[in-house]
Design a binder for this molecule. Structure first.
Ligand code: ADP
Ligand code: MG
Ligand code: ZN
Length: 475
């Protein structure tokens, strides 16, 4: 049976976090009443001229530097012509050749595998407005979004599974939010992508014909849309059919992709350099300054967490999802305690509480020094891991320091050998048959005894100490 390999490339559209639009001074914020944020330029009145927003150039460059692209000191805007009611100019102003950034890469991690995915280019462009389809077949146009700044990040066809494509989209999202390039708000459409999908027989070196699925707005949908598309193409190819090069839509409700139109080629858009804007000039000196101002990137930070703090790759990835999380972890580790234990408490407990209360770690009442204190209480044997797990929601909700909390409630773990010995003696006296069984070779009974000690002390016994005492007394 012939088996196929999926080949996937993404075009990711990202809203830049600027105060104003790309070519005028209208606010670029989301959520205003329809057509409140519109002027002559973004409504394309005759004679109105665009002026480029410098902040948008800086943010596009930042994205490019973070994705290891080369920055072009000279790039251009072109007109990409097409007709749609939400596009008042009749063209989108977009960078064609050359764009501001070219030739980068991103290390994409899925599970334990990390692969380098090429970035073909990043270009700037303006967004279109929105059509609001109302009752009785009427359609209204809202131009608030028209002219807001986007970058499009185009990957090489290097992705090989829907899972990897979703991971790529997630990682780009996390990276660009981290850098303040975008607010990354998925509900407001700050990041959308088109997925290009083709199949080829495993081992083949040429690519098959691709279909392009437009306008996918969530990580989950990118995976589902690609899964569906791979199955659709595979079924066709196995039937002896061929794949049409076309543009498709993902219908999230029905979980299918639907043919929309034949794929257009670049020449269909009649790209030509816009006469309204000068070339985009960025000096080498400026590029150097931008490069120097980049913070430590999440991938480098994750590597440092693995190499110098001993975290697993998975923990490091979880703790570098965003800046507040990574900063919180580093602060906690700075207050003392084993970094691995702190990472464990953070990934296992704190982030879960944060997620369920909708808080980012920096807004939590539980501060990094409290987390560090909790880790140290466990390490010193004052608190069992199980007890820490049980009291965590309370600590998180109250903001009380862990030391104070366990003192107030008398929860300190029984690490006192004398006190514990009395409990161990009582347990052995109450279970003579099991004791005889253990001495007769049924060594598995040890965990029964540990369980008894734990239950008599309501979980407060230090398990390691209880075990030592039991082994000694039974031996
Ligand atoms: P456009 O879609 O605007 O025509 P390109 O031809 O440059 O632009 O391709 C856009 C995207 O399609 C890129 O992400 C690229 O990696 C991907 N792509 C190109 N060829 C294939 C293919 N055979 N299979 C899957 N993806 C592909
Ligand atoms: Mg395309
Ligand atoms: Zn405007």
């Amino acid at each position: 049976m012939l088996s196929y390999e999926a080949v996937i490339g993404l075009e990711i559209h990202v809203h830049l976090l600027t105060a104003s639009k790309l070519f005028c001074s209208c606010p670029a914020t989301f959520g205003a009443e329809p057509n409140e944020q519109v002027c002559e330029v973004c409504a394309a009145m005759p004679g109105a001229l665009p002026r480029l927003n410098e902040r948008a150039v800086e943010l596009a460059a930042r994205a490019g530097l973070a994705l290891h692209c080369a920055l072009n000191e000279v790039s251009f805007f072109s007109r990409k012509n097409y007709f749609y009611p939400d596009l008042p100019n009749g063209y989108q102003t977009s960078q064609y050749v050359p764009p501001i950034c070219e030739g980068g890469y991103l290390e994409v991690t899925t599970g334990e595998s990390t692969r380098r995915i090429g970035i073909t280019r990043i270009h700037m462009e303006d967004d279109a407005g929105k059509c609001l389809h109302g009752q009785a077949g009427s359609t209204l146009v809202d131009l608030n979004r028209a002219g807001t700044p986007l970058i499009e990040i185009v990957t090489e066809p290097d992705l090989r599974s829907s899972e990897e494509a979703a991971a790529c989209m997630r990682q780009i999202h996390a990276l660009l939010v981290y850098l303040g390039v975008t607010d990354g708000n998925m509900e407001e459409g700050s990041l959308r992508c088109d997925a290009n999908v083709s199949l080829r027989p495993r081992g083949a070196t040429v690519y098959g014909t691709r279909a392009e699925i437009k306008n996918i707005n969530s990580f989950r949908n990118v995976q589902r849309a690609i899964d569906f598309e791979i199955e659709r193409q595979e079924a066709r190819l196995k039937d002896g059919g061929s794949i049409a090069q076309e543009t498709r839509l993902f219908d999230a409700a029905r979980q299918v992709t639907l043919a929309m139109r034949d794929k257009e080629d670049a020449h269909d858009y009649r790209y030509f350099p816009t006469p309204d804007l000068p070339p985009v000039l960025v000096s080498g000196e400026q590029i150097r300054l931008w490069r120097e101002s980049l913070p430590e990137l999440p991938a480098a930070r994750a590597r440092r967490f693995v190499e110098s703090l001993g975290l697993s790759r998975e923990e490091a990835a979880i703790l570098t999802v965003d800046r507040p999380t990574a900063d919180y972890f580093e602060q906690a580790a700075g207050f003392g305690g084993q970094p691995r234990r702190i990472a464990n408490l953070m990934a296992g407990e704190l982030l879960r509480e944060c997620a369920s209360s909708g808080l980012s770690p920096d807004k939590a009442k539980m501060t990094p020094d409290h987390l560090s204190e909790l880790a140290r209480l466990i390490e010193d044997g004052a608190l069992s891991p199980r007890m820490a797990h049980e009291i965590f929601p309370d600590l998180f909700a109250s903001g009380i320091s862990p030391g104070t909390y366990i003192r107030q409630r008398n929860l300190a773990q029984l690490s006192d050998a004398g006190a514990l010995e009395a409990v161990v003696d009582a347990v052995l006296a109450a279970n003579p048959e099991e004791a005889a069984g253990y001495r007769g070779g049924r060594s598995k009974l040890l965990s029964f005894f540990i369980g008894q000690v734990m239950s008599r002390t309501k979980g407060q016994a230090n398990p390691a100490l209880a075990k030592d005492l039991l082994v000694r007394k039974l031996g």
